[in-house]
Design a protein around this ligand. Structure first.
Ligand code: COA
Ligand code: MG
Length: 296
């Protein structure tokens, strides 16, 4: 199981921000070549990101550059610049069909060949950002074995739907749930859309807890101050771990005595709770491994 709790966006043309990101505790860095980079800066951003990839990936940190959408005509050159040994995966938005995903995957394969990277090694994190993408969410998530994660692009989605985006996010709750369910069905990670109001820590806290409750495993950040709360909320806390251990212990004891059900703290324990406890402990261990790996 992969632990990708926080993924920090950094505009690709901002060298000083990319350098600052090296010392931040994000599980992954997402140097952006897409919407945070103005049109006149696209080539500069590509060069800056390409040059910094080896440093960004130091200490085994996941680097997942976001490239421009297929329709822009920039994707191919973006991919050529960023695919290599230091790139864990590619993030790309505005895909609408399984065919789009396969097209990106073929392009990636071509660039892997040129860069001497083993075929299939570069992962994909997809952004579903419009109504069509939400309707075909599962098909997109399962269109290529490269896909390891999927996110809802709430800003573009609300724009496509001609809805006003609020801090509560009630307007995109359906789409957010669809992405989480599709991700689960396709066995990929659901990563939550950024909370754009980056000077509102309470709002971020509420929004991130909601995402976790909907089945998300991590969240994109746009500002350094968002990383710590996101990591904390997506890490099972000591109480949760302790409870999960007690559930498993009670279950084992009940099984040893030939009983099919038992209870902990006055609550009945049966198979789904045991599965939940096991996956919480597996996640907690994956995060422990990630943190002890260090980041250089
Ligand atoms: N990555 C790395 N460093 C960042 C950062 C980021 N995403 N956002 C801010 N910082 C740095 C700033 O450069 C500043 O560094 P300094 O103290 O050395 O000068 C420090 O963190 C504090 O930043 P602050 O002054 O609070 O914010 P700002 O006004 O400089 O930046 C934004 C605000 C929104 C412009 C900036 O956070 C940003 O560009 N975020 C990413 C946006 C993005 O990628 N969007 C696309 C996906 S939706
Ligand atoms: Mg977008």
């Amino acid at each position: 199981m992969e632990a990708l709790r926080s993924l920090l966006f950094v505009p690709g043309n901002r060298r000083e921000m990319l350098q600052k990101a090296l010392n931040l505790p994000a599980d992954a860095l997402v140097p952006d070549l897409e919407d945070s980079v103005p049109a006149g800066e696209k080539e500069n951003a590509r060069r800056v990101v390409q040059g910094l990839l080896p440093i960004l990936a130091q200490g085994g940190r996941r680097v997942i550059p976001r490239v421009n959408a297929l329709s822009t005509g920039l994707a191919r050159d973006d991919l050529a610049a960023v695919i290599g040994h230091h790139t864990y995966g590619i993030s790309i938005g505005k895909l609408e069909s399984a065919r789009d995903v396969r097209q990106v995957s073929v392009l990636i394969g071509e660039m892997e060949g040129r860069a001497g990277v083993p075929d299939g090694q570069t992962r994909l994190a997809l952004w579903l950002e419009n109504a069509r993408a939400i309707v075909f969410a599962y098909e997109l998530c399962s269109a290529s074995p490269r896909v390891v994660a999927v996110a809802l692009g709430a800003e573009d989605f609300t724009d496509d739907m001609d809805m006003e985006r609020t801090d509560q996010g009630t307007e995109f709750l359906y789409a957010r749930s669809v992405v989480a369910v599709a991700a689960r069905a396709a066995d990929v990670l659901a990563l939550d859309t950024p909370y754009v109001n980056f000077r509102d820590p309470e709002g971020l806290e509420r929004d991130t807890r909601l995402a976790r409750n909907l089945g998300y495993k991590g969240k994109f950040a746009i500002h350094p101050s968002q990383i710590e709360p996101i990591n904390r909320i997506f890490t099972p806390d000591a109480q949760e771990v302790e409870y999960a251990r007690r559930v498993l212990k009670a279950w084992d004891e009940a099984e040893a005595q030939g009983r099919g059900s038992t209870s902990v703290d006055g609550k009945v324990i049966d198979v789904p709770m045991v599965k939940r406890a096991r996956s919480l402990l597996a996640l907690s261990e994956a995060i422990g491994r990630r943190e002890s790996q260090g980041r250089g």
